[in-house]
Design a protein around this ligand. Structure first.
Ligand code: G3H
Ligand code: 13P
Ligand code: ZN
Length: 330
């Protein structure tokens, strides 16, 4: 058993208290490899932003859980070396079992998500409660989820959102003891969050997706005032990356994300954590495609992963400064 405290990591409690009071959101960026981790830390040190390093079970399988743990430990030292001891949380994204959450806590994670959102309500409560009881013994914070996000990635078409039911939130947070609650108000995972026919066009001909359900968010806030809310599926899918990918041989079709002004508005509310993964994937892919298309003789990975890391850093700095408002809050 390794305590995250020995590694210099923090849980989300104080991060969320400050984010709530200061009307901003903490960035939760997913990482699977060294370049992503370097870009996240460089961007958050330079903007002086607290950060949640997020590891999915897919990331754990891809990169190896032990390596990721040591990378997060390294991230704390790297941030100090870059000149700023920013608060860094290591968080399990979409944990799907008690055993997985327990294993991450034992490895030094400071926060876990137990995602029981697909389970019947009472089963979601029981599983989440079990994780909370274990995690809180070690001062590890827990994120639960109520409501199901629609998703049209991976060929699995969950067309319909099951929006979070505001009348369930008091019961859920009381019975489970969770520290934060992920909700469903119209965001979804991946780069295809809306179909073009669901969108309207603005004066410049740009597709504008339907707005998030801020009415549901407000109802939730009324029932659990001051309780930290989490938004998953919050990539904005910058069209500049999609265009570069497609210009250099890619085939990313109908990619539409959550407009930044919607996320800005959410960050000013009880939303304390905003999850972003797909935008980083797009930025990296665009950079790698552009470099390799322009320099076809290049075969040193540093020559394309280096620019990919720079593009990622620029993206993350933009998120902290202009979207989430977390810049300057470390
Ligand atoms: O919400 C899911 C995250 O984007 C992680 O994705 O499971 O492919 O690592 P992944
Ligand atoms: P995106 O796919 O919109 O980046 O969402 C990521 C996420 O919610 C990770 O849990
Ligand atoms: Zn998610």
């Amino acid at each position: 058993m390794v305590s995250y405290k020995e590694l210099g990591l923090v849980n989300t409690r104080e991060m969320f208290e400050k984010a709530m009071a200061g009307k901003y959101a903490i960035p939760a960026f997913n990482f699977n490899n060294m370049e992503q981790m370097q870009a996240i830390i460089q961007a958050c040190v330079e903007t002086s932003s607290p950060v949640i390093l997020q590891v999915s079970s897919g990331a754990r399988k891809y990169a190896n859980q032990t390596l990721l743990r040591y990378m997060a430990q390294g991230a704390v030292e790297y941030a100090k070396e870059l000149g700023k001891n920013i608060p860094i949380c290591l968080h399990l994204d979409h944990g799907d079992s008690f055993e997985l959450c327990k294993s991450c806590i034992e490895m030094g994670f400071s926060s876990v998500m137990i995602d029981g959102s697909h389970l019947p309500y009472e089963e979601n409560i029981a599983l989440t409660r079990k994780v909370v009881e274990y995690a809180h013994q070690y001062d590890v914070t827990v994120e639960g989820e109520l409501g199901v996000l629609a998703g049209i990635e991976d060929e699995v078409s969950a067309e319909h959102h099951t929006y979070t039911e505001p009348d369930q939130v008091i019961d859920f947070v009381t019975k489970t003891g969770v520290d934060s609650l992920a909700i469903s108000i119209g965001t979804s995972h991946g780069a295809n969050k809306f179909r073009p026919e669901q969108c309207t066009r603005n004066a410049d001909g740009v597709l504008v997706p339907p707005p998030l359900r801020f009415d549901i968010l407000e109802e939730i806030e009324k029932r659990i005032p001051g309780f930290p809310i989490v938004l998953h599926g919050s990539s904005s899918v910058p069209q500049k990356y999609v265009e570069i990918i497609n210009k250099y041989g890619g085939a990313v079709k109908d990619a539409i994300g959550i407009p930044e002004d919607q996320l800005r508005k959410a960050a000013e509310s009880a939303v304390c954590k905003i999850n972003i993964d797909s935008d980083g994937r797009l930025a990296m892919t665009a950079a790698v495609r552009e470099v390799l298309a322009n320099k076809p003789a290049e075969f040193d990975p540093r020559k394309y992963l280096g620019p990919a890391r720079d593009w990622l850093k620029e993206l993350y700095m933009h998120k902290c400064k202009n979207v989430l408002g977390s810049a300057g809050k470390a």
